[in-house]
Design a protein. Sequence first.
Length: 242
Amino acid sequence: MPDEADRSMLGFASGGSVTLGRVRSGLPRCRARSPRRVDPICFGVTARPRFSVGYPGIGGEDSPKKSDFGVYVFETHEVEDTVNEADKDRAEAAKLPAGDIVAILYTQHAAVRDVMDTVESTSGSERKRAFEELATMLKAHETAEESVVRPVTQQTAGAEVATARNAEEGEANQVLATLKTLDVDSADFDATFGDFKTAVSDHAEAEEHDEFPSILTGRTVDERHELGLKFLAAFEASGGTI
């Protein structure tokens, strides 16, 4: 069993456990993934936890095992991130000035994610209403993006990025047209919508990764505010509700 010096070095506190990864020199410091765990003192430890350091009768799970660096370990599961993607999008929007085009896009991404979750978790008339709301929202959102955002993206991130995002939206529209022909409570709808939701989420993440940073750095605050006004006008003209 590790002595008191080991316990201190590893950041161990009585009654808890410390999440650590395999020791590798030069890798980023790790972060505690739950407020209920003690922050470890990380010396070149991977950011992805592999096991928990603990002591018999005090912390950890199952029976103890000896690790490669001489302390007892207990197998454990990673703590999953409980913050959903919609909340992350809203948090990013909140960091930006009101009316900023990127803040508006983040906010609408969050709204799309929320409605997709509603479609997935409901049935009957409630699901039908949610799906119709989603279809209207996506049509207006994508139309406004193509007319207002993509020309800017072409200048700030490059034609390849703009073309790829437009192509993804075209594919999504085709699947959306198919979904409109299906019974919302059918197995075919469930399967097709599951794939559609994944594709829309991947598309949103690609925009957030490839487009948004370039717009933030390539346009001034005033320019982004002006783009936001143009986007909302195009969104509303295409049937979207502000």
